[in-house]
Design a protein. Sequence first.
Length: 72
Amino acid sequence: MKKSILKDPARVIDDHILNTGLKKRTVARRAGMGYDALCRSLQGRRALKAGELLGIMLALDLTLEHFIKSGQ
């Protein structure tokens, strides 16, 4: 089986939120999604929709490079 070159998106987003000190409620609002939906997605209990992921990336100033494992 081929290994993925991508990091877990929920982990990348959650780590970035912690490092920036932003509140999840603020990130959810900026991304145009509900707070509960964001929290469930970060806990792995709900899949992020493509539009939500893009909104979160814009809200947190994340690029695709943030989601690629080092050394790939």
